[in-house]
Design a protein around this ligand. Structure first.
Ligand SMILES: [Zn+2]
Length: 491
């Protein structure tokens, strides 16, 4: 994973309150282990070939020839150089080492290989490794500097993130003056205090980190994260299950701002022309408080903001309008239920199909989803009980958001007639078994319950339908037969 792609990903994860990959290597491995191929595809992985085992019809006498062959086939190949003396080998190792920051990706060493393939065979291998190659590893770069202050920022979920601000040092080819300190535990373990001499590194890890405190300044005191939110002044609270410190104010301005920035972001609702600066201006101008407010904005509202022309304002409104069609999994991710990322949002949709069904899910149903259970399940259940969250969803619905989900496997399976509606099956259907009918309704996004109530949309009645049919008639609920159901299903 190229450094730039990694930095982008890490920044996004930090903002979303997700677990942040430690370095490009972990990020690449984690991306490949993804069950969802489309997430892997978005991660901007690259490949550089270092060896060819065999190619039909091609004969090589040297390693460099084989790399040249690969290049001609259009592959990205690792940089190589042929040298002919031990001195040149050492010089080249030094040269690669001092230029290692000029590559767009991280390297941790260089490999010296015998170029002549016939000689390789003569020299052979031990039981564990070839004798014709040897790896040289570069030591990680570390620098000492002075910690000047600790900056606090508030994330979308209210997490207060401390960042060390230190005197600028050159590390891995770039100027570095800040490093995330994560949480109180991290600070305590290393006993990091303002004014300390600290050791920092970047090494294989793109994200700068404080390795340790070398010495404290005179009269320094242990650093404590604040009891109040640096943005709104509300009480902060330490999460029991996690080490994070959070602002307790549901309406904290920092949270609303970050939530909105997340809502419009590319992986969420993907609302173009609506960046962090515009969000801030809209909040400052009292035009929006939360994401539902976006949908009642007019072009005049937006044009009233400094430096926004009518044309740009219209672009924003069009982009907002377009997002009304965003698929349900994006909407769920955008709403920012704690711990629910793009992938888990998709899993929820895959299982339940509609927002209504997700909100009615029991903990058993949620736990049956691969990767759910524990905190994740609790977070979804808590959101489903949260009046503010429910009213936000109602307002988004009223604003015309479609919130439809089409399974990636079968995008035609969700059916407007069925999705989000409640069915009751009664009596014996002429050709279908009841279980079969139930499955078909559910895979089209509908719900099947056991008893008739005002919430029932359709009663599917077969032969010898009993009390349920009577009740449906009393409540004035539409009664259909198997044929009617098949028509609704479109089959
Ligand atoms: Zn706050």
């Amino acid at each position: 994973m190229p450094r730039a792609a990694f930095e982008e990903l890490a920044a996004q994860q930090e903002m979303n309150g997700e677990k942040v990959f430690k370095n490009p290597r972990n990020a690449a491995a984690g991306s490949l282990r993804q069950k969802k191929a489309e997430i892997t595809a978005r991660r901007k992985l690259d490949i550089l070939i270092f060896n060819i085992q065999a190619a039909d019809g091609a004969k090589f006498s040297t390693h460099s020839e084989s790399l040249e062959y690969l290049r001609r086939q259009g592959f990205n190949v690792i940089p190589d150089k042929v040298v002919t003396s031990p001195e040149d080998v050492l010089t080249e190792i030094d040269a690669i080492g001092s230029g290692r920051n000029s590559y767009p990706y991280d390297i941790d060493g260089a490999v010296v290989k015998l170029n002549d393939l016939r000689r390789r065979e003569e020299i052979g291998s031990t039981a564990k490794y070839p004798k014709w190659a040897v790896a040289y590893k570069y030591p990680p770069e570390e620098k000492e500097t002075t910690l000047r202050s600790i900056e606090l920022s508030v994330g979308r979920t209210g997490v207060i993130v401390p960042t060390a601000i230190f005197d600028t040092v050159m590390l891995a080819g770039t100027e570095v003056s800040r490093a995330v300190l994560h949480n109180q535990d991290f600070i305590d373990q290393k006993d990091i205090r303002i004014g300390d001499r600290i050791l920092v590194r970047k090494a294989g890890e793109i994200i700068p980190e404080v390795i340790k405190s070398v010495s404290h300044a005179e009269d320094s005191i242990p650093y404590r994260l604040p009891d109040t939110c640096p943005v709104c002044g509300a009480r902060t609270e330490r999460d029991e299950s996690q080490t994070a410190l959070r602002c307790t104010n549901e309406f904290c301005a920092a949270k609303e701002y970050r939530k909105l920035v997340h809502f419009v972001s590319k992986d969420a609702m993907d609302i173009e022309f609506c960046g962090p600066q515009l969000i801030q201006a809209l909040i400052d101008g009292n035009m929006i408080k939360d994401c539902a407010d976006l949908y009642s904005l007019t072009a005049q509202d937006i044009a009233s903001i400094d430096r926004m022309g009518t044309k740009s304002a219209e672009n924003v409104i069009n982009a907002i309008d377009k997002s009304r069609k965003a698929p349900l999994d994006r909407v769920i991710f955008a709403l920012g239920i704690r711990g629910i990322g793009s992938a888990t949002a998709k899993l929820l949709c895959e299982k339940f199909g509609t927002i209504e069904r997700i909100l009615e899910a029991t903990s058993d149903e949620l736990n049956s989803i691969d990767g759910f259970g524990g905190v994740l399940t609790e977070n979804v259940l808590a959101a489903a009980k949260d009046e503010r969250f429910l009213s936000l969803i109602r307002r988004l619905r009223d604003a015309g958001l479609e919130m439809k989900y089409s399974s990636a496997a079968d995008s035609a399976s969700l059916n407007d007639n069925i999705a989000g509606r409640t069915f009751v099956l009664t009596g014996t259907l002429p050709t279908m078994k009841r279980d079969e009918a139930k499955k078909m309704i559910e895979s089209a996004g509908g719900k099947v319950t056991g008893s008739v109530s005002k919430k029932t949309d359709y009663v599917v009645a077969g032969e010898e339908a009993g009390s349920k049919l009577t009740k449906a008639t009393e409540l004035g609920i539409t009664v259909i037969d198997e044929k009617g159901l098949l028509e609704l299903l479109g089959s």
